[in-house]
Design a protein around this ligand. Structure first.
Ligand code: SF4
Length: 752
């Protein structure tokens, strides 16, 4: 039965709203929980507040926190977190080691034996090959305190900058985009902007499946104000596109031309905002050379709608229509995610979205903002803010900046010169160097690289070669196959710590229940590990996560990431606070960089907006030409393969795969094929279809659907039995080093 857009819109909001009532106390006895403990959902970067119901020392139920931004709502993933995931049969509750090398079985041992096994090996590697031969590979799912601690242990304690993690695979281009356009990372807007926006420009984001609660908020905004316009730019006609006034499919990998074409129309039709540009922006090109606004206008004048149509396949009149909707709306919000970030020109694509806001002045007002969506619950707060990547130091400092290193050395009370001056290995380089034997031991925390790295056939040998110490909760994590020592980690509400979500909101997950079996909080594991490897105890004088938060919040006071006012006590009382927040009475900031709202902009500053993270106080409009993707389709490999999420499974499904209701919806990976292509290739629904790329070939059951445009096929990446990343190349963005997961060339044919 055909469903109208309006019906779908209502249905989308209603489906999510159901969970506002709280999921029935799954597994709870009559009488319900004895208490509800506050936390944050374990899954996506939306960062919904939850309340965990506890009875008899067990987590028995979960419901949305009515005081957090999600107003008590949860999507199906969050609503089913308890109890199936926590008490899964394959929870790891004891330390394990492989006594006879990689080919031997993991054996249960005591904590002392496991720690001794790991620390002896790390010490030996450092003694023989130096600190650059050891690494930490972390996660946007680790707690903030864990990432801050690991970063300090490695960079100041072991003197190795080999600290990277899975945010490199999803957010690094957004980080570099904010840094280059505005001078500092993290967005200026918040979710409140959704309620004020009159135009939504959604590009490279399937919000309905990847961030369902935000999609619900967008759908409600659209329902409440019929004049609100939604533009969805995506080669797939996803459920997100179904609520759009304008869905714009385009040839994959041509988004840079499309965005420059919109800028062309904005100038051509005099929809630009000269006074905003004059007051608040500068123009740059290339690696950062100064340019003039006239040069920029000449540059975009080449991207006529007709030329853009030739490159992108988007009709010229649609380019014009989109640009007008963007510029003429009273308040436009852009939302994007992996479709923009996971590209070989991901940073440039980020810059070009920011350009549109800067040339129209669609920024710094309620509803007018570029807001990059985050895939993981703590990639922003935990990894980006604490600087737990190979090139970063805490609070926006850079490893290769001597002043920044000295500031951190002084704060950490280590001698000047302790922090190595060269950045460590970013993720792809790290695994290359592991395969080459230069990095010989790695501590992997809270992530599953054996499933998520690109070009897996090239990089899994790295995990076979290096000594792997791993924290893990579940036996079915693919990376466990390569672990030499496994530290059983306390899961989510069995420990406590802070998450920072997409909108600069820090919120605390409190400990609701004790760690299962012999599992331990990872803070304790990292501290024991560091002492065992010989890190000076004075550098890590912490008793618990709260001590680490206290240090981190004190450090933040020194600069533009100031959240000194977010004390542990406030985090316990409140359901998240948005920084900047310099003192304990400050309520948190919605409009960053805006005088009167952001406490870091002086009250008497002459300008309403002050980009204080940038040396000039101004934002940068960048000249960024169109560039094709690394591996476009060609005569030999005529289709484009792309990957992404489905609504019921999260990341590598080590958690959602354990929830029967979720697993039933998506038990295995598949390949989406457009009906036109299927007809030409004589493929029917359910047929086994081979995808063959220059790296490997694999079979998937076919789903014939017009979600994909002709020439494009889509496979989700959650299924460990179908490691789709084996098919992908490992090309990275030159600036952010983020891999291009969204586009590779493939052959498609029916299995014989
Ligand atoms: S939208 Fe994301 S954070 Fe919110 S409940 Fe769903 S998975 Fe959890």
């Amino acid at each position: 039965m055909a469903v109208s857009r309006r019906e779908f819109l209502r249905g989308s909001a209603a489906a999510v709203a159901l969970s506002a009532l709280g999921v029935p106390a799954l597994g709870a006895d009559a009488g319900g929980p004895e208490k509800w403990v506050k936390g944050v959902c374990r899954y996506c970067g939306t960062g919904c507040g939850v309340l965990v119901g506890v009875k008899g020392g067990k987590a028995v139920a979960v419901k949305g926190d009515p005081n957090n931004h999600n107003e008590g709502k949860l999507c199906q993933k969050g609503a089913l977190l308890v109890p199936a995931v926590i008490y899964a049969k394959d929870r790891i509750t004891d330390p394990m080691i492989r006594k006879g090398g990689k080919k031997s079985q993991l054996e249960k041992v005591s904590w002392d034996e496991a720690l001794d096994f790991a620390t002896k090996r790390f010490k030996a590697v450092i003694a023989e090959s130096g600190p650059q031969a050891v690494a930490y590979y972390g996660s946007g799912q680790a707690l903030t305190e864990e990432s801050y601690l690991a970063n300090k242990i490695w960079k100041a304690g072991l003197r190795s900058n080999n600290v990277d993690g899975n945010p490199r695979l999803c957010m690094a281009s957004a980080v570099a985009g904010y840094l280059t356009s505005f001078g500092k990372d993290e967005p200026m807007g918040t979710y409140n902007d959704i309620d004020s926006a009159s135009c939504f420009f959604i590009i490279g984001s399937n919000t309905s499946e990847a961030h369902p609660i935000l999609f619900d908020r967008i759908a409600r905004r659209k329902e409440s104000a019929p004049d609100v316009k939604i533009i969805v730019v995506d080669p797939r006609r996803t459920n997100t596109a179904r609520i759009a006034d304008m869905h714009v499919p385009f040839k994959p990998g041509t988004d840079l031309a499309l965005l420059n074409g919109m800028a062309h129309v904005i100038f051509r039709d005099e929809l630009d905002n000269p006074s905003f540009m004059g007051r608040y922006t500068i123009v740059k090109k290339g690696a950062g050379e100064e340019a003039t606004l006239e040069e920029y206008k000449r540059f975009v004048s080449e991207y006529t709608p007709e030329k853009v149509r030739e490159i992108t396949g988007v009709p010229a009149e649609d380019v014009v229509k989109m640009a007008r909707m963007f510029a003429e709306s009273p308040a436009t919000i852009s939302l994007w995610c992996m479709g923009i970030n996971q590209r070989s020109k991901g940073v440039w694509a980020n810059n070009l979205i920011h350009n549109l806001h800067l040339i129209t002045g669609q920024i710094g007002r309620p509803g007018a903002t570029p807001l990059s969506l985050t895939g993981q619950p703590n990639a922003c707060g935990g990894v980006r803010d604490t600087g737990s990547l190979a090139h970063l130091l805490p609070a926006g400092r850079m490893v290769e900046n001597e002043k920044h290193r000295n500031e951190m050395e002084d704060f950490w009370k280590v001698p000047r010169g302790t922090i190595q001056p060269k950045m460590g290995f970013h993720t792809v380089a790290l695994f290359e160097n592991m395969a080459a034997g230069k990095v010989q031991a790695v501590f992997i925390h809270c992530t599953n690289p054996a499933q998520t790295l690109p070009h897996l056939n090239k990089y899994t040998p790295a995990l076979e070669k290096a000594f792997v110490a791993q924290t893990e909760c579940f036996m079915d994590a693919e990376t466990l196959k390569y672990a030499d020592v496994v530290f059983p980690a306390a899961f989510w509400c069995e420990t406590e710590g802070v998450y920072g979500c997409t909108e600069r909101r820090y919120a605390l997950t409190e400990q609701a229940i004790p760690p299962l079996g012999n599992s331990r909080p990872v803070i304790q594991v990292l501290l024991d590990f560091a002492r065992g490897v010989g890190v000076d105890p004075a550098l890590i004088p912490y008793k618990n996560a709260a001590d680490i938060w206290e240090e981190w919040r004190t450090l933040s006071k020194q600069g533009p990431y100031n959240f000194y006012g977010i004390t542990r006590e406030r985090l316990k009382k409140e359901s998240g606070i948005k920084w900047p927040c310099p003192d304990e009475t400050h309520p948190g900031t919605n409009l960053r960089y805006v005088r009167g709202d952001d406490p870091l902009v002086p009250k008497d500053h002459p300008n309403r907006i002050f980009f204080y993270g940038s040396p000039t106080g101004k934002a940068t409009i960048w000249l960024r030409p169109h560039q094709p993707p690394f591996e476009p389709a060609d005569a030999d490999y005529p289709f484009v393969l792309t990957t992404g999420r489905v609504i019921d499974q999260w990341h590598t499904a080590t958690m959602t795969g354990k929830v029967p209701e979720l697993h039933r919806a998506y038990p295995a990976a598949f390949v989406e094929i457009n009906p036109e292509d299927a007809k030409k290739l004589n493929i029917k629904n359910g047929d086994q279809v081979i995808l063959e790329t220059r790296r490997d070939k694999m079979a998937f059951p076919a789903r014939i659907t017009d979600t994909c445009m002709p020439g494009l096929v889509f496979c989700p990446f959650f299924d460990k039995n179908k490691l789709v990343n084996r098919l992908f190349h490992d090309a990275v963005d030159a600036a952010s080093k983020e891999p291009e997961y969204k586009i590779c060339a493939t052959k498609v044919y029916k299995q014989a």
